[in-house]
Design a protein around this ligand. Structure first.
Ligand code: GCU
Length: 438
């Protein structure tokens, strides 16, 4: 069992407790304690999304857009995800693969290399894009990062394999951080490529390791060092970009490409992501208003879940286990999440008035499903300024019953994963907002 899975099941804490004869749970790795008992939850009061730093209450959409939104965005930037640079002036795209009859004729497959600084020997990422052949063009699209290479999203043998650094995975035989044959189609159930295409949407993905390998030293061989004048010797300032900000930046660069593709309706692109990549999708949706819709799947701590609720993963744990995910300033809040001037309902509110969807899973306690619901619900007052309804429920809906209007939410049965059920809900939500505008 992987360390994370161990944490997710709570077995780590159980074994530590047992080992310490019931003393306070401190792991061998020195990870801070964690609560998975709803009765024991503490939650500090949430900051009010509608009160400016100077104490003035925001009562109009106009003041939100002009004053409060930029203020909150800047707080998330400087205190949590870090400040990312602009798009490099010399960036270029090259379509290297084009197959008009992919997936048995269902779609046109394109592979686009993005030379992020324009240099052919510089940092690059590859977009895999399927456009539905039967649907009217330009087609609305879904865009998300993947964990195990573009080849992992579908068994289509024509996909060029991502070969760079890859997260270790016993099941996929990845022991030395190199892609294996087993990655091909390995996450197809999470991507549901055919289902998406048959509903008339294009689907695009990029391997997140193309942008930055996911480990504390990963930035040295990723885009962050490539764009810094000191390269791998850079000493990051407290508010400079983190790995999550770098991945989100990569999504914006993929969007730059989609805007140039005549087959794509760039005004209707949904950005989505699972788990750490769900945190990334939320940050991409917050920072880049070209994303017309944002989907967070099981994103948990540092994503859709409230930091002020001490249930499941905490700020202290995430910073300890993944020090590279957030900017340096965020580490100041490890022992005091209530000191953070923002919380995640405000991140979700940054999408307003664009539709946003938060998906939880019943057994994914580590991600704190209730904390995800409460964040989504508490973004509602900002949507109300725009005359839009969020989630009209005091308590989470029953399992497998989607709720909400401009803020969508469901909690499905099962584990930390993305399933066909989740995709059906995302597609319904996108249909509702893209195809029948209110
Ligand atoms: C770990 C981590 C989570 C993260 C998840 C993932 O479980 O603690 O914050 O969401 O990994 O990305 O798979």
């Amino acid at each position: 069992m992987k360390f994370y899975q161990w944490l997710r099941t709570g077995r780590l804490w159980f074994s530590i407790l047992a080992g310490c004869g019931g003393a306070a749970p401190l792991s061998a790795q020195g990870l801070p304690p964690q609560n998975s008992d709803e009765e024991q939850v503490h939650m500090a009061p949430l900051p009010d999304a509608l009160v400016l730093a100077n104490g003035t209450r925001v009562t109009t959409a106009e003041t939100w857009t002009r004053e409060r939104r930029p203020e909150l965005l800047e707080l998330f930037r400087t205190q949590m995800y870090g400040r990312a640079p602009e798009k490099p002036a010399g960036m270029t795209f090259e379509t290297r693969g084009l197959e008009p009859a992919a997936l048995g004729g269902l779609a046109t497959r394109k592979e686009i290399t993005v030379f992020l600084t324009g240099r052919k020997d510089g940092p690059m990422m590859t977009i895999l894009l399927y456009v539905p052949n039967a649907a009217p063009k330009p087609a609305p699209a879904f865009l998300g990062l993947n964990f195990y290479g573009n080849q992992s999203v579908d068994a289509d043998p024509g996909i060029t394999r991502s070969t760079g650094w890859m997260m270790a995975n016993d099941k996929l035989g990845i022991a030395n951080h190199r892609a294996t044959e087993k990655t091909c189609g390995a996450q197809a159930s999470r991507w549901q490529v055919e289902k998406i295409l048959k509903r008339g949407y294009a689907t695009a993905t990029v391997y997140y390791g193309d942008i930055e390998p996911d480990h504390p030293e990963g930035w040295k061989t990723g885009i962050r060092a490539a764009l810094s004048k000191d390269g791998a010797e850079t000493r990051w300032k407290d508010d400079e970009w983190s790995a999550i900000a770098a991945w989100a930046w990569g999504l914006s660069r993929a969007m730059d490409y989609l805007e140039t593709d005549k087959d794509i309706d760039a005004k209707h692109v949904a950005v989505h992501g699972h788990s750490r990549l769900g945190k990334t999708a939320l940050w991409a949706g917050a920072t880049d208003e070209r994303f017309a819709l944002t989907i967070s799947n099981n994103s948990g701590e540092g994503g859709a879940a409230l930091a002020r609720r001490d249930f499941g993963e905490t700020t202290a744990i995430i910073n300890r286990a993944n020090p590279h995910w957030f900017c340096r300033n965020f580490h100041r809040y490890s022992d005091n999440p209530a000191g953070l001037p923002v919380d995640q309902h405000e991140l979700i509110a940054l999408m307003a008035p664009r539709p946003v969807y938060v998906a939880s899973a019943e057994q994914d306690k580590w991600a704190d499903p209730r904390g995800e619901f409460l964040a989504a619900k508490n973004a509602g007052p900002v949507y109300a300024l725009f005359g839009k309804t969020g989630i009209d429920l005091a308590e989470p809906p029953p399992v497998n019953q989607p709720a909400g209007d401009f803020i969508g939410y469901h909690i499905r049965t099962g584990e930390h994963d993305i399933t066909a059920y989740d995709w059906e809900r995302f597609l319904d939500f996108a249909d509702r907002h893209f195809k029948q505008p209110h």
